[in-house]
Design a protein. Structure first.
Ligand SMILES: Nc1ncnc2c1ncn2[C@@H]1O[C@H](COP(=O)(O)OP(=O)(O)OP(=O)(O)O)[C@@H](O)[C@H]1O
Ligand SMILES: [Mg+2]
Length: 336
């Protein structure tokens, strides 16, 4: 029997009740993360990446949100825990890093006291020991002169340094899983590369599992081992990074990959972009959700919703015609 995954999301469904009725933003999402593994979650804006993360962390307002399915952390279903128990797990066993570091930082409190506070809340240590640990965590994230930095306020340091502080805070209790929602989007490219390297090193050192939410397939190629592609609240493709980049199966994934600018390619050529827009959650197509934007869609696609099926090679895809499309592409390559 294979080992149980570190984090297993099973058929997750998140429904919001709104003034105009209920909408299901995450609809039957499943994936798992092993120890020491980074899994990328990609998809256009509004496809449910953040809601998936916030559901795993149970950060959504529970009076207007209904969860279905399971979120198993080492076999324990987080969706069934009491609020108190969940508070204990959040930040301690599973932490989240947001796009804007100021979401997590208090502008009125020194960096050191914020990290120390996170440590004191979860671990029964004295203030002095927690400060010591805060300095250690800052050093681990590559911040120069951490013993000086602990006394500074968030506005006194740069954006890249702030994101390092947030990472130090997220790591302070040595969580098993880190969920990073666009952690480098707000940073410039060189700082972005440094932060990604840092997360990679820390993951290896601490043997964590990371869920990396990103718009940027370049980031996926750099730091992830597997990738989940989401569209309108569902997983439409999943696979190893090498396999998925080499042989994308879903027309949507192909569109995403073709939208990456090629530095060495013909840059005068217009980038392929996926036509149309994502429909609103109040008008989810009844067949394949991508059908209205898909060049290959036929009657089956508009009428019947495909399942996420095994496609060999460790890949899964939610498309009626992926085999046919692959065959056509192979023939096309053979005749060119
Ligand atoms: N509290 C809420 N009530 C109702 N709908 C919501 C709520 N929060 C999110 N949504 C809707 O859920 C859908 C998914 O949103 P989500 O923020 O997860 O997208 P995303 O993939 O993270 O997009 P982005 O790349 O822009 O961050 C969107 O249509 C959004 O409008
Ligand atoms: Mg988001």
């Amino acid at each position: 029997m294979s080992e149980q995954p570190l984090l297993e999301v099973k058929d997750l469904k998140t429904t919001f009740s709104t003034e105009t009725g209920s909408v299901t933003a995450v609809d039957g999402v499943s994936f798992s993360i092993d120890k020491g593994e980074t899994i990328g979650v990609v998809g256009e804006s509004g496809c449910g990446k953040s809601v998936t993360a916030e559901s795993i962390m149970r950060l959504l307002n529970e009076s207007s949100t209904k969860y279905g399915g399971k979120v198993l952390l080492e076999g324990e279903n987080l969706l069934k825990l009491s609020k108190e128990k969940m508070r204990d797990i959040r930040g301690n066993q599973i932490s989240m890093i947001f796009q804007d570091p100021m979401t997590s930082l208090n502008p009125l409190q020194t960096i050191g006291s914020q990290i120390a506070e996170a440590i004191i809340v979860h671990q029964k240590v004295k203030k002095a020991a927690a400060y010591q640990k805060a300095v250690e965590m800052l050093r681990l994230t590559g911040i120069p002169a951490p013993e000086k930095r602990v006394n500074e306020y968030p506005h006194e340091i740069s954006g890249g340094m702030r994101q390092r502080v947030v990472i130090a805070m997220a790591l302070a209790c040595q969580p098993k899983v880190i969920i990073a929602d666009e952690p480098t989007t707000a940073l410039d490219v060189t700082i972005q590369a440094q932060i990604l390297d840092l997360m990679n090193d820390l993951k290896k050192e601490l043997d964590m599992g990371i869920m990396m939410i990103t718009h940027d397939l370049g980031v996926v190629a750099e730091v992830c081992q597997r990738v989940v592609v989401m569209y309108l609240g569902q997983v439409i493709e999943e696979g190893g990074v090498g396999e998925l980049f080499e042989r994308p199966l879903h027309p949507y994934t192909k569109g995403l990959l073709q939208s990456i600018p090629q530095l060495d390619g013909d840059r005068s050529k217009k980038l392929h972009v996926i036509t149309g827009v994502v429909p609103p959650l109040t008008a989810v197509p009844k067949g394949c959700r991508f059908a209205p934007r898909c060049a290959f869609a036929d009657e089956t696609c508009t009428n019947k919703a495909p399942e996420l099926n095994d496609a060999g090679n460790g890949q899964k895809v939610r498309c009626w015609h992926f085999e046919k499309i692959l065959k056509e592409e192979e023939q096309h390559v053979a005749t060119v």
